[in-house]
Design a protein around this ligand. Structure first.
Ligand SMILES: [Zn+2]
Length: 279
C-alpha cells in the first residue's frame, strides 16, 4: 500500500515536471526540420522565446540553409537552443546552441535575436565536419556575421556596419570581416549572385570551399579575377564611397578619403558602431 502511494506520488511529480517542461519548451516542426527551444523557468524568457525568438528561428534557419548551401550538403534537421545562466553571449556545438540569459535579458529586443541568427549560421556552416580542414577563424566568424548583419539586420544597420569597418582589417572577424565579405559579394558574385541567393554568389562559393575543406589563399585569386587576398582587401578599403548607400556619407568620403566616415545620426546606429560585443 505504501509502495503504491509512493508510486502515485512519483507519477504526480513526473506529470508536474512534464507540464513545466512543456511550458518552458517550444518545439516547432517546419517541413522536416525540428526546432527546439528550452527557455528555462524564467517566465519572461519563456514568453520571449515563444513570441520573439521562435518566429525568428523558424523564418531564418531555412533561409540561412539556402544562403550557405553547397552541393550534396544537407543542413542539420534538428536545432536545439538552450538558455542557461552563464558567461559570454552565445555559443554553438554541432546543432546545439546555448544562450546566456544573464547577457540576453537586457538585450531581448536589441542584440539577442541577431546573436541567435549568428549561431544558426554556425549550425549550418558545419566547417571541419568529418575531419575536413576548417578555414581560418576569421572566415568562420565573418561568414556568420555576414549572415547576421548584412542579411538579417535592416539596411541602415548594414550601412552603419559598413561605414564603421573603414580602416579596419579584413581579417578582424565579426563585423569588419562581414563588411569585407559584403564588398566581395557585391563585386565578385557572378550574374544573379547578389545577396547569396544564387549559386553564383561569392559567399556561397566561399562557404562551400570552407565546408569542403578546400579553402586556401588560392580561393581569392580563383574567385576574384586573379587578385590576391591582399589586393581584394585593398580594393575594399578603397571602395567605400561607391558602395555606401546614404549619399551624404558618400559625399563626405569623397572629399576626405583618409578620414573615418561620420557616425550615422540615428542613436541605434551609433550604438552599433560603438561595438556591442558580437558572439
Ligand atoms: Zn561565432
Amino acid at each position: 500500500m505504501r509502495i503504491v502511494r509512493l508510486l502515485l506520488m512519483f507519477s504526480a511529480a513526473v506529470a508536474a515536471a512534464c507540464a513545466l517542461r512543456a511550458e518552458r519548451m517550444q518545439t516547432v516542426c517546419r517541413g522536416d526540420t525540428v526546432i527546439e527551444i528550452d527557455a528555462g523557468e524564467d517566465q519572461e524568457m519563456v514568453d520571449w522565446a515563444k513570441n520573439t525568438l521562435l518566429p525568428v528561428v523558424t523564418n531564418w534557419y531555412p533561409r540561412i540553409a539556402r544562403m550557405l548551401r553547397s552541393p550534396g550538403y544537407v543542413a542539420p534537421k534538428r536545432v536545439s537552443i538552450r538558455f542557461i545562466e552563464g558567461d559570454g553571449v552565445a555559443w554553438t556545438v554541432g546543432d546545439a546552441i546555448t544562450l546566456n540569459t544573464r547577457w540576453a535579458r537586457g538585450e531581448l529586443n536589441r542584440e539577442a535575436p541577431g546573436a541567435i541568427v549568428h549561431e544558426l549560421a554556425h549550425v549550418v556552416q558545419a566547417y571541419g565536419r568529418n575531419g575536413r580542414k576548417g578555414p581560418p577563424g576569421w572566415v568562420t566568424e565573418g561568414v556568420a556575421d555576414w549572415v547576421r548583419w548584412m542579411n538579417y539586420e535592416k539596411q541602415p544597420v548594414r550601412d552603419a556596419i559598413y561605414a564603421a569597418a573603414k580602416g579596419h582589417r579584413y581579417d578582424e572577424s565579426y563585423r569588419p570581416t562581414a563588411a569585407f565579405l559584403d564588398f566581395c559579394e557585391r563585386r565578385y558574385s557572378r550574374v544573379g549572385g547578389t545577396s547569396g541567393n544564387a549559386s553564383s554568389g561569392f559567399v556561397v562559393r566561399l562557404n562551400a570551399a570552407a565546408r569542403e575543406g578546400t579553402y586556401s589563399d588560392d580561393f581569392w585569386t580563383q574567385n576574384c579575377d586573379g587578385r590576391t587576398l591582399a589586393e581584394v582587401a585593398g580594393q575594399w578599403q578603397a571602395s567605400y564611397c561607391a558602395a555606401l548607400t546614404p549619399s551624404n556619407l558618400c559625399a563626405c568620403d569623397a572629399q576626405s578619403p583618409d578620414r573615418r566616415l561620420p557616425a550615422a545620426p540615428d542613436a541605434r546606429l551609433r550604438e552599433v558602431e560603438r561595438g556591442v560585443v558580437s558572439p
